[in-house]
Design a protein around this ligand. Structure first.
Ligand code: SAM
Length: 178
């Protein structure tokens, strides 16, 4: 019996491992200052009850502000296990679990079709990888707010420059609409 289970389960496990390319870390962790998070969500016109996604959600600050302050239904996607656990724990502690969540996974393998708003703070090369997925999945009218790095080839509807975030750093936000 044991031999039968091993002979069935072992190849099955190998198959699962070979089921697709391994997720790749596509950007370093570098959090958006809280003051800029609010500006991103305001620029994106986030309304209560709307669905928003943060691609590469770090410590979950955008997802948390979207649910807490803007009363949206928010989802973060984060590859790093520690950040995933830390942000999920904070969401639970704040009592936001019914409207906010973090998916532990790869931003290149998610379904963003229900989104009204997406936020991205990723490298230009990462935006390039995400772009065809969004072009395929997003419904007409979905807004995308990109922090500091444009999505090459898309024309922003609005660009907002912030000269000083309170700590002497400048930021640029790009609003796109599909
Ligand atoms: C610049 S940080 C932005 C964090 C957060 N969105 C913010 O603005 O505060 C980029 C995040 O993307 C995550 N990341 C990198 N590659 C990823 C991938 N393939 N799938 C999911 N998350 C990824 C990193 O771990 C990091 O937390």
């Amino acid at each position: 019996m044991r031999r039968l289970a091993v002979s069935i389960l072992l190849p099955l496990g190998l198959l699962c491992q070979q089921g697709g390319p391994k997720a790749e870390k596509l950007a370093p962790y570098y959090p958006t200052p809280e003051s800029i998070v609010e500006k991103m969500l305001q620029l994106g016109g986030l309304q209560a009850g709307e669905k928003m996604f943060d691609l590469g959600s770090g410590d979950g600050r955008i997802v948390i502000m979207a649910a807490r302050k803007f009363k949206a239904d928010s989802t973060g996607v984060e590859l790093d296990e520690d950040l995933y656990k830390q942000s999920s724990a904070r969401i639970a502690k704040l009592g936001l679990s019914s409207t906010a969540r973090i998916v532990h996974g790869d931003i290149l393998r998610q379904d963003y079709s229900p989104a009204n708003l997406l936020t991205v703070y990723l490298l230009p090369s990462t935006n390039e990888k995400v772009k065809p997925i969004l072009e395929k999945q997003l419904k007409k009218g979905t807004r995308i707010v990109a922090h500091d790095f444009e999505v090459a080839g898309w024309t922003p509807e609005k660009i907002e420059n912030i000269d000083d975030d309170g700590e002497g750093r400048s930021h640029t936000l790009y609003l796109y609409r599909r």
